[in-house]
Design a protein around this ligand. Sequence first.
Ligand SMILES: N[C@@H](CCC(=O)N[C@@H](CS)C(=O)NCC(=O)O)C(=O)O
Length: 330
Amino acid sequence: MATKYRIFGSELSPYSVKIRSYLRYKNIPYEWVVRGSWNMEEFSKLAKLPLIPLVVTPSDAVLQDSTPIIEHIESQYPSPSIHPKDESLKFISALIEEYGDEWGNKLMFHFRWWHSDDRNACARVLAYSRVVGDDEEEIEKVTASIAERMVTRRHFTGSSKDNAPLIKRYLNELLSLLEHHLSSHRYLLGERPAFADFGLAPQIYELASDPTGGGIIKNRAPHTLAWSQRMLEPKNEGDFLKWEDLEPTLGPILYNVGNFFLPWSSANTNAIKQNKDLFSVDLDSEKYTQNPQKYHAKSLASLKERFQAVRDHTQVDRILENYNCLKWLI
Ligand SMILES: N[C@@H](CCC(=O)N[C@@H](CS)C(=O)NCC(=O)O)C(=O)O
């Protein structure tokens, strides 16, 4: 039996970085195992899905999917908690975690794989993490095959010519909102990291590590960049704040969740129920079209269950109603 958690992951995988940040915050010993050609056989034997992160616990249980992985470990290591005691804030934090995983990823993924300069740079970084040795020809071959494969996968997250200007707008808005909030707070819910930070920060970290995304964020959102880097080694630097103290700058982020992410996620779920191959949704009066994503329907359903489980809805319903989120969750 191992004594440490093992994370099969990659520096370019936001969900892997998310789990690593979480284990660091909890001070839980882990081994970071870069998934590559040398351990693909071991990985494939363990993996139910060909996805990273994959976590092997000290008792040899295999876990996949970053949100349930964190929930599982949190139940065993509740302190320091990533959840505020206040039920409303706890749910808002989970909502932003989901927003980070699904919407933040859509923005990052598009910028990473859309322009050839970004695509080739990332494919090359990935190639170097996968190939043992210094065979330039082999590196070139792997780089080209990763880049080609990712072009065929772009549509899964809605990255398309028609959506490109919309996604650019979504990113600009999110960065402005985050920058405003994070210029006066160390973390999203105050002065210590919450579930929300673990979901959203890794997507921004990945964006910042890419040529175009890095340029945008360094120019326009330095506090946001610093937060995403702080989240690599998150620490308690104070307390979670009250909603009243967070609202002036966190409220607008929730409004973005309610005007973009939740209507998109809800339209995606409806499209899956209706067996559609393609769906369109009006997001702030602009039409956004993509193929439905099965996983997101599952994760929206889990979020709704989490919402149902809140015991006292008085405050959370009022907040979510004020920021256009409530109707998508009931
Ligand atoms: N919902 C999953 C998403 C995992 C995921 O999409 N992982 C990507 C990397 S970030 C992946 O493994 N893609 C296939 C590959 O890299 O081979 C989670 O939260 O863990």
